[in-house]
Write a protein that binds this ligand. Structure first.
Ligand SMILES: [Zn+2]
Length: 111
């Protein structure tokens, strides 16, 4: 299970990708209306996320297309480096937001 912060961050990342996609849409009218809606949702969402997490995410977003990536087994699917067991335990049990030691991306687990 994702903790709330992570859930919001994953949703935020989705919105950012959708906003980026809609910028490529050729039908201008549709794109403008859609983008407005998406940005409205984004603004709402950012208010639910802690300041330091949001700052961390915005910084990562400048470097990576996806700032939040899943972990498979014990491997970060962003950079394919092994995530230390200790971090995995913390990320899973305490439901803390964990950053990959290799690439810095925010990690999440799924079962
Ligand atoms: Zn990584």
């Amino acid at each position: 299970m994702l903790n709330k912060d992570l859930e919001f961050l994953v949703a935020l990342q989705d919105l950012d990708i959708m906003i980026r996609d809609i910028e490529d849409v050729k039908e201008i009218g549709f794109a403008v209306a859609g983008k407005e809606k998406l940005e409205e949702a984004r603004a709402e969402l950012t208010q639910k996320i802690g300041k330091s997490l949001l700052f961390n995410y915005e910084k990562l977003k400048k470097r990576y297309k996806r700032a939040i990536v899943p972990v498979k087994g014990d491997v970060c699917l962003g950079c394919f480096m092994r995530v230390p067991t200790q971090l995995i335990t913390r990320g899973r049990s305490d439901q803390q937001v964990i950053n990959c030691e290799g690439c810095g991306r925010v990690l999440y687990w799924y079962e």
